[in-house]
Design a protein. Structure first.
Length: 255
C-alpha cells in the first residue's frame, strides 16, 4: 500500500479561505486535474463524485498541486446506472430515471460535467450557498458559506434539479467580467446536458484555453490519484507503465 501525505487541505477549503483563483494559476491547476481524470478514463474507471472537496492539495498555498481523491463511488465505466454522487456536481443523466425502477445507464462523461462545475467555481468568491443532499431520492438543502455553485433557482417555484437538468447558469456576474472568453467557452462545453455533445477528457485537454498566455512550468510530479482498488485495478495500472502513476489506498474496498 502506498499513500502520499497531502498537507494542503482540499480545493473547497482553499477557495473558501483565499477566494477566486487567478486564471494564470487556474490553467495549469485544472489541466493537472484533467490529466488525472483522463488517466482514470483510459483504464475504464469513472470517478462519479468529482468535487472541490475531493481534490486534495500539496505544494504551497500560492502554488497548490491537485491530487484527485476519494474513489468510493468509482466504477467500471461500462456498468453504471446508480443514482450517486453529490447533487451540486451530478450530471443530468445521473439524475434522470425512476429510482425505484429501471434506470438508464450513463457513461464516463458524467465526470466531465462535474469538472465543468468545478472550473466555474474556481473563479467566483464564496457566498452563502443552499447545498442540496440526496434524501429518499429527492434533493434537500442546507445553508453554508462556500464557493459559489453555478446553478440557482430562478424563483420560489423553481427547483434546483430543474436548473441542473436544463443547465441553467450564466457568466453575468461581475466575477466573470475579467475572465477570458476561452475559459468561459471551455466551461460551456463541459456543462452540456447532452453527454454526446459534452467534451471528453482528450477534447478538453486540446481546448485553446490551455495554450493561452505564457507556458506554465510543469509540477515535479503529475496529478496523483489516491484510490481504493482491488487487484484488477492494480493490474491495469501495472500494464500501463507510460501512464501517470496511480497511488493505491486499500483502506477502503469499493471496487
Amino acid at each position: 500500500m502506498c499513500n502520499n501525505r497531502v498537507k494542503g487541505g482540499d480545493l473547497l477549503n482553499w477557495l473558501n479561505k483565499r477566494g477566486p483563483m487567478e486564471e494564470q494559476m487556474a490553467r495549469p491547476f485544472f489541466k493537472q486535474v484533467l490529466e488525472a481524470v483522463d488517466h482514470c478514463h483510459s483504464l475504464g474507471i469513472t470517478h462519479r463524485d468529482l468535487k472541490p472537496s475531493n481534490i486534495l492539495l500539496s505544494g504551497t498555498w500560492d502554488h497548490p498541486v491537485p491530487k484527485v481523491s476519494d474513489f468510493g463511488t468509482a466504477r467500471d465505466s461500462r456498468q453504471m446506472s446508480t443514482l450517486c454522487g453529490t447533487p451540486e456536481y451530478t450530471a443530468p443523466e445521473v439524475l434522470l430515471g425512476d429510482p425505484f425502477g429501471e434506470r438508464k445507464c450513463y457513461g464516463s462523461k458524467v465526470d466531465m460535467w462535474s469538472l465543468g462545475v468545478i472550473l466555474f467555481m474556481m473563479f467566483v468568491p464564496p457566498t452563502i450557498q443552499h447545498h442540496p443532499t440526496f434524501s429518499c431520492f429527492h434533493l434537500t438543502k442546507h445553508n453554508s458559506l462556500s464557493a459559489k455553485y453555478p446553478f440557482e433557482e430562478q424563483d420560489e417555484n423553481d427547483c434546483l434539479q430543474d436548473a441542473i437538468l436544463h443547465a441553467r447558469f450564466s457568466f453575468d456576474g461581475k466575477e466573470f467580467a475579467h475572465v477570458s472568453k476561452e475559459v468561459k467557452d471551455l466551461i460551456s462545453k463541459l456543462i452540456v446536458v447532452d453527454p454526446e455533445k459534452r467534451l471528453d477528457t482528450k477534447q478538453a485537454l486540446a481546448h485553446p484555453w490551455f495554450s493561452c498566455g505564457e507556458p506554465s512550468p510543469r509540477p515535479e510530479h503529475p496529478a496523483l490519484v489516491t484510490t481504493p482498488s482491488k487487484a484488477e485495478g492494480r493490474a491495469n495500472a501495472e500494464v500501463c507503465p507510460s501512464s501517470p502513476p496511480i497511488y493505491v489506498d486499500d483502506s477502503i474496498d469499493n471496487f
